[in-house]
Ligand binder design. Structure first.
Ligand code: TYM
Length: 331
């Protein structure tokens, strides 16, 4: 049976990119595989976070996982900082990693640049982010990791670190594979469709948030940047805006790009945009409703307590193997 691990940072309001690239795809695995879905709050603090907001967002993200369709009876849902083996194995992974390979990570380079501009410093946690992510995955002996395309390099380094450790200390870790959806693996900004849609974009028109109201979603898609060519055609080079909207359409409707092109042949962008907006609204409305019921409920704490206990059971087996392999123990 496959073992699935994935996580999302509670570092802001989740976007349609997080949903289509990751969260939506977590759901089907729970029926066929052993699943661990984590709220990675220790990754979130690699950038400064207001403490009250981090606390609130951690709970809210758990509610959103469940609202999106994760069933705590089928999948283990938990908060990273509540299973200490993540930080413990994370340190061992940091000690197995090289400064050079960390400095070459593209996400590190872009986040470091942003942090320096915004905060005037580069948090060291940004550099050691990938070994902590490797620890997350390797602790559960995960075979498959559903993530968006932007995580390709992080997944490569996870495999490198696992291989390096196994070679040096003996077979402890399973080498995990990345799993990305066909459509939705990289949702782009609605205003600058050559950059990724992101939680932290300053332009509010660029990003659809999972908790946006129907009204706001429709307005944002209406204002999405397209081009003057006037035909719905998938061409990322020359029609990045339209191609992005087509990806969103495909990820929700399940249609191929060819099918979508045929549907809108000879029509302008108006009808197409309206349909994309309708699809997004239809997909998100029930999620939003369930989310509102869940956020204040005591049930959420029970689910997360139970999730942390189950995750801990599994994680400590691998952690024990790893410290024995490395000689990091006394008795
Ligand atoms: P985070 O919170 O930045 O992103 C969470 C997930 O959302 C995907 N994603 C996107 N997918 C498509 N289009 C987009 N515009 C878009 N933006 C974000 C990301 O690919 C990711 O799957 N490093 C992880 C968190 C993490 C993790 C892990 C993931 C920590 N440990 C272990 C898997 C396994 C991240 O980027 O989170």
């Amino acid at each position: 049976m496959e073992i699935i691990f994935s996580g999302i940072q509670p570092s802001g309001s989740l976007t349609l990119g997080n949903y289509l690239g990751a969260l939506k795809n977590f759901i089907p695995f729970q029926d066929t595989a052993e699943c661990y879905y984590c709220i990675v709050n220790q990754h979130a603090i690699t950038m400064p976070q207001p403490s009250n907001l981090l606390h609130e967002r951690t709970r809210n993200l758990a509610a959103l996982y469940i609202a999106a369709g994760l069933d705590p009876k089928k999948a283990t849902i938990f908060v990273q900082s509540e299973v200490p083996e993540h930080a413990l194995l994370g340190w061992m992974m940091i000690c197995s990693a090289y400064v050079g390979e960390m400095e070459r990570m593209t996400q590190y380079k872009s986040k470091a640049q942003k942090a320096e501009k915004k905060e005037g410093f580069i948090p060291l946690g940004l550099l050691t982010y990938p070994p902590l992510m490797a620890a997350d995955i390797l602790l559960y002996q995960a075979t498959l990791v559903p993530v968006g395309e932007d995580q390709t390099q992080h997944m490569e380094i996870t495999r490198d670190l696992a291989e390096r450790f196994n070679r040096k200390y003996g077979e402890v870790f399973t080498l995990p594979k990345m799993w990305s959806p066909e459509g939705g693996a990289r949702v782009m900004s609605l205003q600058e469709p050559t950059s990724k849609m992101s939680k932290s974009d300053d332009n509010e028109w660029a990003t659809i948030h999972m908790l946006d109201t129907a009204d706001v979603i429709v307005k944002k898609i209406k204002r999405a940047v397209t081009d003057s060519l006037g035909h719905v055609h998938y061409d990322k080079e020359n029609q990045p805006g339209v191609s992005n909207l087509m990806s969103i359409h495909a990820a929700i409707s399940g249609k191929t790009f060819e099918e979508i092109e045929k549907m809108y042949e000879g029509q302008g962008y108006g009808v197409f945009k309206k349909d994309v907006a309708d699809l997004v609204v239809e997909e998100m409305t029930p999620v939003l409703q369930r989310y509102e019921e869940l956020t204040g409920s005591p049930e959420l704490d029970e689910i997360l307590d139970e999730g942390a206990a189950k995750a801990h059971e599994k994680a400590k087996v691998t952690y024990d193997k790893a410290i024995h392999a490395m000689g990091l123990y006394r008795k």
